[in-house]
Ligand binder design. Structure first.
Ligand SMILES: Nc1nc2c(ncn2[C@@H]2O[C@H](COP(=O)(O)OP(=O)(O)OP(=O)(O)O)[C@@H](O)[C@H]2O)c(=O)[nH]1
Ligand SMILES: [Mg+2]
Length: 253
């Protein structure tokens, strides 16, 4: 069994990619299930096999603790940790090969509080990976792209799981723009040139320093363009996942 956590900034396409990857794996005769860890979501594009909303009720938290929606989400993020054993038992019962975990909308609630890495570590001692989403429309600007690199490096630094990077919603950009962003991920010089076009002076130097520091972490950034809407790139995404997790075998073990 492999457990894959989908992480990315708010609205980056985690939930739709969870849905489409799950469907795609099932069509390929893989046993795949979905886990929704977002207590605040009202509409999901899939019917989760395991749903945190059945265990942690945001409205109740707001009432009980007299909190607004954001305070309640922060508290909920910590309360989810107490449900780890019960979610782990449900995953065990469902006997799947692939478990896709859709994480909370605001990624800091999962990635940057103690509870997220705790849940991810305690959920299973089997193989785990992170798919970090770079929203294509946001990453189109090289300065935003660097912010996203920074965030994904921070996520890596929290979990230390194999991490791969997807350029989500790639159907929204023309192909040459998608290629341009992918070239930044495979060729640091291409990214440096894009920065040179946008910035001068201290801000340019600072951005270049950030890029180099992140590359020194040894993170492989090669972006895989995907679309949860058109299913583009799902074959590449799943084959890279297979290569990382099970040395190229199908997920079934
Ligand atoms: N065109 C296009 N739209 C997408 C794609 N993926 C997601 N969207 C749209 O972008 C919006 C956000 O998508 P979600 O899948 O909910 O993103 P998310 O990261 O789960 O969002 P939060 O959990 O609310 O942070 C929705 O309106 C989706 O329909 C995609 O691949 N292509
Ligand atoms: Mg979502």
């Amino acid at each position: 069994m492999v457990v894959i956590f989908l992480i990315g900034t708010a609205g980056s396409g985690k939930s739709l990619l969870t849905a489409s990857l799950n469907d795609w794996l099932r069509v390929g005769k893989q046993k795949s299930i979905t886990v929704n860890l977002d207590p605040g979501v009202t509409n999901l594009p899939y019917a989760p096999d395991i749903d945190i909303r059945n265990k942690v009720n945001l409205d109740q938290i707001m009432q009980d603790y007299k909190l607004g929606p954001n305070g309640a989400l922060v508290l909920a993020a910590d309360l989810i940790a107490e449900e780890t054993q019960s979610i782990a038992a449900e995953i065990e019962d469902l006997q799947s090969d692939v478990v896709l975990v859709d994480t909370p909308g605001q990624m800091e609630l999962f990635a940057f509080r103690a509870s997220g890495p705790y849940i991810a570590n305690e959920l299973t001692d089997q193989q785990k990976a992170i798919v970090y989403l770079f929203d294509a429309v946001f990453s189109f600007n090289p300065l935003n792209y660097i912010s996203n690199m920074f965030l994904s490096a921070a996520v890596y630094n929290r979990f230390y799981f194999p991490q791969l990077h997807a350029l989500s919603k790639c159907d929204l950009l023309p192909e040459e723009e998608t290629k341009r962003i992918v070239s930044w991920s495979s060729d640091p010089d291409a990214l440096e040139s894009a920065i040179d076009e946008k910035l001068t002076g201290t801000r340019r130097l600072l951005s270049l320093d950030i890029i180099r520091a992140i590359h020194r972490l040894g993170l492989e950034f090669e972006l895989i363009p995907v679309s949860g809407k058109t299913n583009e790139g799902l074959i590449n995404l799943s084959s890279v996942l297979e290569r990382i997790l099970v040395g190229g075998e199908k997920f079934t073990m």
